[in-house]
Design a protein around this ligand. Structure first.
Ligand code: GTP
Length: 421
Protein backbone atom coordinates (compact mmCIF):
# COMPACT_ATOMS: atom_id res chain seq x y z
CA UNK A 1 0.00 0.00 0.00
CA UNK A 2 1.38 3.43 -0.90
CA UNK A 3 1.94 6.23 1.65
CA UNK A 4 -0.74 8.26 -0.12
CA UNK A 5 -3.21 5.38 0.17
CA UNK A 6 -2.33 4.92 3.85
CA UNK A 7 -2.71 8.64 4.53
CA UNK A 8 -6.03 8.89 2.71
CA UNK A 9 -7.47 5.59 3.96
CA UNK A 10 -7.75 6.50 7.64
CA UNK A 11 -9.62 9.83 7.18
CA UNK A 12 -11.85 8.17 4.57
CA UNK A 13 -12.54 5.30 6.92
CA UNK A 14 -13.24 7.69 9.82
CA UNK A 15 -15.44 9.84 7.58
CA UNK A 16 -17.31 6.75 6.40
CA UNK A 17 -17.77 5.60 10.00
CA UNK A 18 -19.00 8.98 11.11
CA UNK A 19 -21.13 9.48 8.00
CA UNK A 20 -22.79 6.11 8.51
CA UNK A 21 -23.51 7.00 12.08
CA UNK A 22 -24.97 10.41 11.13
CA UNK A 23 -27.21 8.79 8.49
CA UNK A 24 -28.25 6.07 10.88
CA UNK A 25 -28.98 8.52 13.72
CA UNK A 26 -30.90 10.79 11.32
CA UNK A 27 -33.23 7.95 10.37
CA UNK A 28 -33.40 6.74 13.95
CA UNK A 29 -34.32 10.27 15.05
CA UNK A 30 -37.09 10.38 12.42
CA UNK A 31 -38.34 7.01 13.59
CA UNK A 32 -38.28 8.08 17.24
CA UNK A 33 -40.20 11.25 16.43
CA UNK A 34 -42.78 9.19 14.58
CA UNK A 35 -42.96 6.77 17.49
CA UNK A 36 -43.45 9.61 20.00
CA UNK A 37 -46.12 11.12 17.76
CA UNK A 38 -47.87 7.75 17.42
CA UNK A 39 -47.74 7.23 21.20
CA UNK A 40 -49.21 10.69 21.75
CA UNK A 41 -51.90 10.13 19.14
CA UNK A 42 -53.07 6.94 20.79
CA UNK A 43 -52.54 7.71 24.46
CA UNK A 44 -53.86 11.26 24.71
CA UNK A 45 -57.44 10.43 23.55
CA UNK A 46 -57.49 7.46 25.92
CA UNK A 47 -56.37 9.62 28.82
CA UNK A 48 -58.96 12.25 27.91
CA UNK A 49 -61.75 9.63 27.89
CA UNK A 50 -60.51 8.21 31.19
CA UNK A 51 -60.49 11.70 32.78
CA UNK A 52 -63.91 12.33 31.37
CA UNK A 53 -65.15 9.02 32.84
CA UNK A 54 -63.84 9.94 36.29
CA UNK A 55 -65.55 13.27 36.01
CA UNK A 56 -68.83 11.66 34.81
CA UNK A 57 -68.67 9.09 37.60
CA UNK A 58 -68.29 11.82 40.25
CA UNK A 59 -71.18 13.73 38.67
CA UNK A 60 -73.28 10.53 38.72
CA UNK A 61 -72.58 9.91 42.41
CA UNK A 62 -73.46 13.50 43.25
CA UNK A 63 -76.68 13.25 41.20
CA UNK A 64 -77.75 10.16 43.17
CA UNK A 65 -76.99 11.92 46.46
CA UNK A 66 -78.83 15.10 45.37
CA UNK A 67 -81.81 13.04 44.13
CA UNK A 68 -82.21 11.44 47.54
CA UNK A 69 -81.59 14.60 49.55
CA UNK A 70 -83.89 16.76 47.48
CA UNK A 71 -86.33 13.92 46.92
CA UNK A 72 -86.39 14.79 43.23
CA UNK A 73 -87.09 11.71 41.11
CA UNK A 74 -86.65 13.61 37.85
CA UNK A 75 -82.96 13.85 38.52
CA UNK A 76 -82.71 10.10 38.05
CA UNK A 77 -83.15 10.84 34.33
CA UNK A 78 -79.98 12.93 34.48
CA UNK A 79 -78.24 10.03 36.20
CA UNK A 80 -79.33 7.72 33.38
CA UNK A 81 -77.98 10.17 30.80
CA UNK A 82 -74.64 10.29 32.61
CA UNK A 83 -74.63 6.48 32.69
CA UNK A 84 -75.19 6.36 28.92
CA UNK A 85 -72.39 8.82 28.35
CA UNK A 86 -70.11 6.67 30.48
CA UNK A 87 -71.09 3.54 28.56
CA UNK A 88 -70.39 5.29 25.28
CA UNK A 89 -66.96 6.13 26.62
CA UNK A 90 -66.41 2.45 27.45
CA UNK A 91 -67.24 1.58 23.85
CA UNK A 92 -64.72 4.21 22.69
CA UNK A 93 -62.07 2.76 24.99
CA UNK A 94 -62.54 -0.70 23.46
CA UNK A 95 -61.05 0.75 20.28
CA UNK A 96 -57.67 0.90 22.04
CA UNK A 97 -56.99 -2.74 22.98
CA UNK A 98 -53.19 -2.16 22.72
CA UNK A 99 -53.49 0.35 25.57
CA UNK A 100 -56.31 -0.96 27.69
CA UNK A 101 -56.92 -4.64 28.19
CA UNK A 102 -60.52 -5.55 27.29
CA UNK A 103 -60.70 -7.92 30.28
CA UNK A 104 -59.78 -5.09 32.63
CA UNK A 105 -62.31 -2.82 30.92
CA UNK A 106 -65.04 -5.43 31.33
CA UNK A 107 -64.33 -5.73 35.06
CA UNK A 108 -64.65 -1.96 35.44
CA UNK A 109 -67.84 -1.94 33.38
CA UNK A 110 -69.32 -4.73 35.51
CA UNK A 111 -68.43 -3.01 38.77
CA UNK A 112 -69.85 0.25 37.46
CA UNK A 113 -73.09 -1.44 36.34
CA UNK A 114 -73.41 -3.02 39.75
CA UNK A 115 -72.91 0.34 41.37
CA UNK A 116 -75.42 2.01 39.08
CA UNK A 117 -78.00 -0.75 39.57
CA UNK A 118 -77.73 -0.66 43.37
CA UNK A 119 -77.57 3.14 43.57
CA UNK A 120 -80.57 3.50 41.23
CA UNK A 121 -82.60 0.91 43.17
CA UNK A 122 -81.68 2.50 46.47
CA UNK A 123 -82.56 6.00 45.24
CA UNK A 124 -85.89 4.80 43.87
CA UNK A 125 -86.68 3.01 47.16
CA UNK A 126 -85.89 6.09 49.17
CA UNK A 127 -88.08 8.25 46.94
CA UNK A 128 -91.12 6.09 47.66
CA UNK A 129 -93.71 7.62 49.95
CA UNK A 130 -93.09 7.14 53.69
CA UNK A 131 -89.70 5.72 53.02
CA UNK A 132 -87.28 6.39 55.78
CA UNK A 133 -83.67 7.16 55.38
CA UNK A 134 -82.89 3.82 56.94
CA UNK A 135 -83.42 1.71 53.93
CA UNK A 136 -82.21 -1.81 53.49
CA UNK A 137 -78.82 -2.07 55.06
CA UNK A 138 -77.52 -4.58 52.44
CA UNK A 139 -78.31 -2.33 49.51
CA UNK A 140 -76.59 0.62 51.12
CA UNK A 141 -73.51 -1.51 51.78
CA UNK A 142 -73.55 -2.76 48.18
CA UNK A 143 -73.81 0.80 46.83
CA UNK A 144 -70.90 1.89 48.97
CA UNK A 145 -68.87 -1.16 48.04
CA UNK A 146 -69.31 -0.69 44.29
CA UNK A 147 -68.90 3.07 44.62
CA UNK A 148 -65.42 2.62 46.11
CA UNK A 149 -64.58 -0.24 43.75
CA UNK A 150 -65.55 1.74 40.66
CA UNK A 151 -63.83 4.89 41.91
CA UNK A 152 -60.65 2.92 42.54
CA UNK A 153 -60.82 1.20 39.16
CA UNK A 154 -61.33 4.44 37.29
CA UNK A 155 -58.35 6.01 39.05
CA UNK A 156 -56.22 2.88 38.75
CA UNK A 157 -56.75 2.46 35.02
CA UNK A 158 -56.02 6.13 34.50
CA UNK A 159 -52.71 5.87 36.39
CA UNK A 160 -51.79 2.64 34.60
CA UNK A 161 -52.32 4.24 31.18
CA UNK A 162 -50.53 7.40 32.33
CA UNK A 163 -47.53 5.36 33.51
CA UNK A 164 -47.52 3.32 30.32
CA UNK A 165 -47.51 6.55 28.33
CA UNK A 166 -44.66 8.04 30.35
CA UNK A 167 -42.56 4.87 30.20
CA UNK A 168 -43.06 4.56 26.40
CA UNK A 169 -41.94 8.15 25.95
CA UNK A 170 -39.01 7.53 28.34
CA UNK A 171 -37.95 4.41 26.42
CA UNK A 172 -37.90 6.31 23.17
CA UNK A 173 -35.93 9.13 24.77
CA UNK A 174 -33.53 6.56 26.23
CA UNK A 175 -32.92 5.10 22.76
CA UNK A 176 -32.17 8.60 21.50
CA UNK A 177 -29.78 9.22 24.40
CA UNK A 178 -28.00 5.92 23.76
CA UNK A 179 -27.69 6.87 20.14
CA UNK A 180 -26.16 10.20 21.11
CA UNK A 181 -23.77 8.46 23.49
CA UNK A 182 -22.57 5.97 20.87
CA UNK A 183 -22.37 8.76 18.36
CA UNK A 184 -20.00 10.58 20.67
CA UNK A 185 -17.96 7.41 21.18
CA UNK A 186 -17.73 6.82 17.42
CA UNK A 187 -16.76 10.45 16.79
CA UNK A 188 -14.04 10.42 19.46
CA UNK A 189 -12.80 6.95 18.34
CA UNK A 190 -12.62 8.10 14.72
CA UNK A 191 -10.50 11.09 15.69
CA UNK A 192 -8.34 8.96 18.01
CA UNK A 193 -7.88 6.34 15.29
CA UNK A 194 -6.93 9.06 12.85
CA UNK A 195 -4.40 10.55 15.28
CA UNK A 196 -2.87 7.18 16.27
CA UNK A 197 -2.56 5.83 12.72
CA UNK A 198 -1.18 9.15 11.44
CA UNK A 199 1.32 9.20 14.31
CA UNK A 200 2.48 5.61 13.68
CA UNK A 201 2.66 6.27 9.96
CA UNK A 202 4.76 9.38 10.41
CA UNK A 203 7.03 7.53 12.90
CA UNK A 204 7.73 4.64 10.53
CA UNK A 205 8.12 7.02 7.57
CA UNK A 206 10.48 9.22 9.60
CA UNK A 207 12.69 6.31 10.70
CA UNK A 208 12.92 4.98 7.13
CA UNK A 209 13.78 8.44 5.82
CA UNK A 210 16.40 8.84 8.56
CA UNK A 211 18.09 5.56 7.64
CA UNK A 212 18.16 6.62 3.95
CA UNK A 213 19.56 10.04 4.88
CA UNK A 214 22.22 8.50 7.17
CA UNK A 215 23.32 6.00 4.52
CA UNK A 216 23.38 8.70 1.84
CA UNK A 217 25.51 10.91 4.09
CA UNK A 218 27.96 8.04 4.67
CA UNK A 219 28.20 7.33 0.94
CA UNK A 220 28.70 11.02 0.21
CA UNK A 221 31.46 11.20 2.81
CA UNK A 222 33.27 8.33 1.08
CA UNK A 223 32.22 5.36 3.19
CA UNK A 224 32.61 2.57 0.67
CA UNK A 225 31.47 -0.25 2.94
CA UNK A 226 29.07 -1.65 0.42
CA UNK A 227 28.09 -4.54 2.68
CA UNK A 228 25.75 -2.06 4.38
CA UNK A 229 22.38 -2.28 2.69
CA UNK A 230 19.11 -0.70 3.79
CA UNK A 231 16.46 -3.15 4.91
CA UNK A 232 13.26 -2.88 2.92
CA UNK A 233 10.31 -3.34 5.26
CA UNK A 234 7.47 -1.40 3.63
CA UNK A 235 5.97 -2.02 0.23
CA UNK A 236 5.10 1.66 -0.25
CA UNK A 237 6.98 4.48 -2.00
CA UNK A 238 9.63 4.36 0.75
CA UNK A 239 10.09 0.65 0.09
CA UNK A 240 10.54 1.46 -3.60
CA UNK A 241 12.99 4.24 -2.71
CA UNK A 242 14.98 1.84 -0.50
CA UNK A 243 14.91 -0.80 -3.27
CA UNK A 244 16.36 1.64 -5.81
CA UNK A 245 18.78 3.06 -3.26
CA UNK A 246 20.16 -0.46 -2.73
CA UNK A 247 20.28 -0.96 -6.50
CA UNK A 248 22.24 2.28 -6.75
CA UNK A 249 24.60 1.02 -4.03
CA UNK A 250 25.05 -2.24 -6.01
CA UNK A 251 25.91 -0.23 -9.12
CA UNK A 252 28.29 2.03 -7.19
CA UNK A 253 29.94 -1.01 -5.65
CA UNK A 254 30.46 -2.80 -8.97
CA UNK A 255 31.71 0.43 -10.62
CA UNK A 256 34.00 1.07 -7.67
CA UNK A 257 35.42 -2.46 -7.78
CA UNK A 258 35.93 -2.19 -11.56
CA UNK A 259 37.64 1.16 -11.13
CA UNK A 260 39.76 -0.18 -8.32
CA UNK A 261 40.86 -3.16 -10.44
CA UNK A 262 41.54 -0.85 -13.39
CA UNK A 263 43.62 1.49 -11.27
CA UNK A 264 45.99 -1.30 -10.18
CA UNK A 265 46.08 -3.32 -13.40
CA UNK A 266 48.37 -2.84 -16.37
CA UNK A 267 46.13 -2.32 -19.37
CA UNK A 268 48.33 -4.16 -21.89
CA UNK A 269 49.45 -7.24 -19.94
CA UNK A 270 46.69 -7.40 -17.30
CA UNK A 271 49.43 -7.82 -14.65
CA UNK A 272 49.60 -5.72 -11.50
CA UNK A 273 50.84 -2.22 -12.37
CA UNK A 274 53.35 0.09 -10.71
CA UNK A 275 50.64 1.65 -8.46
CA UNK A 276 49.75 -1.77 -7.10
CA UNK A 277 53.44 -2.59 -6.58
CA UNK A 278 53.91 0.66 -4.65
CA UNK A 279 51.06 -0.45 -2.35
CA UNK A 280 52.16 -4.08 -2.13
CA UNK A 281 55.89 -3.75 -1.47
CA UNK A 282 55.80 -1.91 1.89
CA UNK A 283 53.37 -4.40 3.40
CA UNK A 284 55.24 -7.40 1.97
CA UNK A 285 58.53 -6.11 3.42
CA UNK A 286 56.95 -5.40 6.78
CA UNK A 287 55.37 -8.85 6.86
CA UNK A 288 58.63 -10.61 5.94
CA UNK A 289 60.55 -8.70 8.62
CA UNK A 290 57.87 -9.33 11.21
CA UNK A 291 57.78 -13.10 10.59
CA UNK A 292 61.52 -13.31 9.86
CA UNK A 293 60.85 -14.86 6.49
CA UNK A 294 63.04 -14.48 3.39
CA UNK A 295 61.80 -12.19 0.63
CA UNK A 296 63.16 -12.20 -2.94
CA UNK A 297 62.89 -9.10 -5.11
CA UNK A 298 63.50 -9.42 -8.87
CA UNK A 299 63.56 -6.97 -11.77
CA UNK A 300 63.40 -8.70 -15.14
CA UNK A 301 64.02 -6.78 -18.35
CA UNK A 302 63.60 -7.91 -21.99
CA UNK A 303 66.88 -7.73 -23.89
CA UNK A 304 67.14 -5.43 -26.89
CA UNK A 305 63.48 -4.73 -26.89
CA UNK A 306 63.97 -1.46 -28.75
CA UNK A 307 65.22 -3.53 -31.69
CA UNK A 308 61.94 -5.53 -31.62
CA UNK A 309 59.97 -2.32 -31.89
CA UNK A 310 62.26 -0.86 -34.48
CA UNK A 311 62.27 -4.02 -36.61
CA UNK A 312 58.67 -5.23 -36.32
CA UNK A 313 56.76 -2.20 -35.07
CA UNK A 314 55.13 -1.34 -31.78
CA UNK A 315 52.15 -3.67 -32.19
CA UNK A 316 54.42 -6.68 -32.46
CA UNK A 317 56.35 -5.24 -29.52
CA UNK A 318 53.07 -5.18 -27.58
CA UNK A 319 52.41 -8.84 -28.46
CA UNK A 320 55.85 -9.74 -27.16
CA UNK A 321 55.12 -7.91 -23.91
CA UNK A 322 51.80 -9.77 -23.57
CA UNK A 323 53.35 -13.19 -24.17
CA UNK A 324 56.24 -12.36 -21.88
CA UNK A 325 53.75 -11.43 -19.12
CA UNK A 326 51.89 -14.70 -19.66
CA UNK A 327 55.07 -16.72 -19.17
CA UNK A 328 55.76 -14.87 -15.91
CA UNK A 329 52.16 -15.35 -14.75
CA UNK A 330 52.20 -19.08 -15.57
CA UNK A 331 55.45 -19.61 -13.72
CA UNK A 332 54.12 -17.95 -10.58
CA UNK A 333 53.14 -20.10 -7.63
CA UNK A 334 50.53 -19.21 -5.06
CA UNK A 335 51.79 -16.24 -3.03
CA UNK A 336 54.19 -15.08 -5.79
CA UNK A 337 53.74 -11.50 -6.87
CA UNK A 338 54.09 -10.57 -10.58
CA UNK A 339 53.83 -7.04 -11.99
CA UNK A 340 54.85 -4.80 -14.86
CA UNK A 341 57.24 -2.20 -13.54
CA UNK A 342 57.09 -0.07 -16.68
CA UNK A 343 58.14 -0.35 -20.38
CA UNK A 344 59.73 -3.76 -20.90
CA UNK A 345 60.64 -4.17 -17.19
CA UNK A 346 58.80 -6.52 -14.82
CA UNK A 347 58.98 -7.13 -11.07
CA UNK A 348 58.67 -10.44 -9.25
CA UNK A 349 58.37 -10.81 -5.46
CA UNK A 350 58.69 -14.23 -3.89
CA UNK A 351 57.79 -14.56 -0.26
CA UNK A 352 59.18 -17.25 2.05
CA UNK A 353 61.72 -18.51 -0.52
CA UNK A 354 65.42 -18.72 0.27
CA UNK A 355 68.24 -17.36 -1.85
CA UNK A 356 69.52 -20.54 -3.62
CA UNK A 357 66.15 -21.94 -4.69
CA UNK A 358 65.22 -18.41 -5.74
CA UNK A 359 68.25 -18.12 -8.04
CA UNK A 360 67.41 -21.54 -9.42
CA UNK A 361 63.81 -20.54 -10.02
CA UNK A 362 64.92 -17.27 -11.69
CA UNK A 363 67.14 -19.23 -14.03
CA UNK A 364 64.26 -21.58 -14.84
CA UNK A 365 62.13 -18.60 -15.84
CA UNK A 366 64.95 -17.10 -17.88
CA UNK A 367 65.36 -20.46 -19.68
CA UNK A 368 61.63 -20.73 -20.21
CA UNK A 369 61.65 -17.32 -21.93
CA UNK A 370 64.70 -18.14 -23.99
CA UNK A 371 63.19 -21.46 -25.08
CA UNK A 372 59.84 -19.90 -26.04
CA UNK A 373 58.96 -19.01 -29.58
CA UNK A 374 57.52 -15.52 -29.87
CA UNK A 375 55.36 -15.08 -33.02
CA UNK A 376 56.98 -12.86 -35.72
CA UNK A 377 59.96 -12.14 -33.51
CA UNK A 378 61.13 -15.70 -32.77
CA UNK A 379 63.62 -15.77 -29.91
CA UNK A 380 63.51 -13.32 -26.99
CA UNK A 381 65.77 -13.27 -23.97
CA UNK A 382 65.64 -11.45 -20.66
CA UNK A 383 68.10 -10.32 -18.01
CA UNK A 384 67.33 -10.67 -14.33
CA UNK A 385 68.51 -8.71 -11.27
CA UNK A 386 67.77 -10.62 -8.07
CA UNK A 387 68.20 -9.57 -4.47
CA UNK A 388 67.18 -10.81 -1.08
CA UNK A 389 65.75 -8.59 1.67
CA UNK A 390 68.05 -7.86 4.61
CA UNK A 391 67.06 -6.72 8.08
CA UNK A 392 68.28 -3.15 7.41
CA UNK A 393 66.71 -2.77 3.97
CA UNK A 394 64.06 -0.27 3.10
CA UNK A 395 62.20 -0.23 -0.23
CA UNK A 396 64.75 1.96 -1.97
CA UNK A 397 67.66 -0.28 -0.86
CA UNK A 398 65.89 -3.32 -2.23
CA UNK A 399 65.01 -1.74 -5.56
CA UNK A 400 68.42 -0.16 -6.12
CA UNK A 401 70.23 -3.44 -5.38
CA UNK A 402 68.01 -5.39 -7.79
CA UNK A 403 68.45 -2.63 -10.35
CA UNK A 404 72.25 -2.75 -9.92
CA UNK A 405 72.21 -6.52 -10.42
CA UNK A 406 70.07 -6.12 -13.52
CA UNK A 407 72.49 -3.58 -14.89
CA UNK A 408 75.29 -6.02 -14.17
CA UNK A 409 73.41 -8.78 -16.03
CA UNK A 410 73.10 -6.50 -19.03
CA UNK A 411 76.74 -5.60 -18.77
CA UNK A 412 77.75 -9.24 -18.55
CA UNK A 413 76.11 -9.98 -21.86
CA UNK A 414 72.37 -10.27 -21.08
CA UNK A 415 70.19 -13.44 -20.84
CA UNK A 416 71.48 -14.15 -17.36
CA UNK A 417 70.62 -13.87 -13.68
CA UNK A 418 72.77 -11.70 -11.41
CA UNK A 419 72.07 -12.06 -7.72
CA UNK A 420 73.74 -10.67 -4.63
CA UNK A 421 74.46 -12.86 -1.70
N1 GTP B 1 55.72 -1.85 -28.08
C1 GTP B 1 55.96 -1.26 -26.95
N2 GTP B 1 57.17 -0.76 -26.68
C2 GTP B 1 57.43 -0.22 -25.49
C3 GTP B 1 56.46 -0.09 -24.52
N3 GTP B 1 57.01 0.52 -23.42
C4 GTP B 1 58.28 0.79 -23.72
N4 GTP B 1 58.57 0.35 -24.99
C5 GTP B 1 59.81 0.42 -25.71
O1 GTP B 1 60.80 -0.36 -25.09
C6 GTP B 1 62.04 0.09 -25.56
C7 GTP B 1 63.04 0.05 -24.47
O2 GTP B 1 64.33 0.27 -25.06
P1 GTP B 1 65.61 0.46 -24.20
O3 GTP B 1 65.34 1.11 -22.88
O4 GTP B 1 66.66 1.12 -25.06
O5 GTP B 1 66.09 -1.00 -23.89
P2 GTP B 1 66.41 -2.25 -24.82
O6 GTP B 1 66.28 -1.91 -26.23
O7 GTP B 1 65.56 -3.37 -24.35
O8 GTP B 1 67.89 -2.56 -24.51
P3 GTP B 1 68.42 -3.24 -23.22
O9 GTP B 1 67.46 -3.12 -22.16
O10 GTP B 1 69.67 -2.57 -22.90
O11 GTP B 1 68.60 -4.68 -23.59
C8 GTP B 1 61.79 1.48 -26.16
O12 GTP B 1 61.96 1.40 -27.59
C9 GTP B 1 60.37 1.80 -25.79
O13 GTP B 1 59.74 2.56 -26.82
C10 GTP B 1 55.17 -0.62 -24.80
O14 GTP B 1 54.25 -0.57 -24.01
N5 GTP B 1 55.00 -1.18 -26.02
Amino acid sequence: MTIFQKMILVPVFSLFLYGSFITYSFFEHQQSNKKIQAVRDSYIPVLEILNNNIHLFEQLSDTFKDTVLARESLWLVDALALKKELENNFVELEKFPHIIKIKQLNTIKNDFNHYYLHADTLAKDLLKEHATIHSEQNTIEDVEHYLHLSENHFQKIKYTVQNQFISTINNTTEVMNKLLFWGGIIAVSSVLLLVIVSFLLSLSTKSSFNSIIERTKLLASGDIDFSKRLVRVQQDELGVLIYWFNKLSDKLESDYLKLQTLSITDKLTQLNNRTRTDQFLPSAIENAKKHKQPLIFIIIDIDHFKKVNDTHGHLVGDDVLIMFATILKDSAKSGDYVSRWGGEEFVLVWQNLHFEPAVEKANDIRNMIADSHFPVVGKVTASIGLTVLTEQDDIEDLISRADKNLYQAKEDGRNRVVADS
